[in-house]
Design a protein around this ligand. Sequence first.
Ligand code: NDP
Length: 310
Amino acid sequence: MTLLVDIQAQNWMNNQQVLEILPDIPRGKIRFYPELGNPSDILMLACDRLRPGLAGELPNLQLVQKMGAGVETMVNDPGLHPDVRLARIKAEEVALEMARFCIGYVLNDVQNVTFFRLNQEQCRWQQKSPANVRKVKVGVLGLGQIGGTVARMFRTLGFPVVGWSRTPKQIEGVDCRHGDAELEKVLGLSDYVMCILPSTRETGNLFDLDRFRQMKPGAMLVNVGRGSLISERDLVVALDSGYLDHAVLDVFRNEPLAQDDPLWRHGKVTVTPHVSGWHLEGGLSVVQENYVRLTRGQPLLNQVSRKSGY
Ligand code: NDP
């Protein structure tokens, strides 16, 4: 069984680094794009992006292993036969760093960090109480590998947490809700909303003007999931109308964000360039593990449902 590796992003991994994470796969069983050799040998493709047309050249392809987290561009790729399975990377370190990202922006607000910095510029001694976090509710949309970690870490810091997912979940100390009807309630309760959902048919444009109207006035939205979850035009209207107070955006519909995009200059928007989850390396062992499992006919790790899209 041959594995084809196709890494396109220049700042990700080079072929030598890929070999280092695959020590147990015989070198003769690994090929690097564009050296396909006999395409019939290739049963597994490990890639960061699905190159247009490539899957169609591999008649016996059984598994595409994404070397990253988001699979929205792959699940519905018309060039990928419906029987081909898809798996992704889940890295514990990424979940932790995304939790730190979310917590950082919430604590900045709760601890009045900007307020005191501006006062210091004026040498102004003015006390202001930090928020009582026990009365500040954090909503976490998406309770998967990352959202679950985010919810637990906010809980550990003393915040009441309400979570939302598609199917029922149980996380100790977290008020877990699920299903479409509950989202409005979760938004109405939450002072801070962390959006950690995948991009699917159901989650596209989840946040439009009607949804922003359901948020607790003065709330902050942090989106680290995907840009497609939010109507960016409606977000600007919602911020200008006061439906929410601030948005921290790490992901966008079009990345990189265009220089003339109004989000850059909006006073109530914080823009970061898709950096909240970075260190995927710890999850890369799944590539070798799934190669072995595919060879042995065992269930794969981190398999994506092509039907639900995540
Ligand atoms: P998981 O697949 O583990 O979890 C996804 C969660 O979203 C699950 O709780 C799932 O519900 C929920 N969900 C999916 N669809 C719906 C829906 N229609 N309604 C309600 N809940 C829904 O993914 P991860 O936690 O690992 O990652 C989440 C996303 O984070 C990724 O898909 C990716 O887009 C993004 N990401 C961003 C990064 C960045 O740097 N900004 C880095 C890494 C990931 P259920 O539990 O019921 O299945």
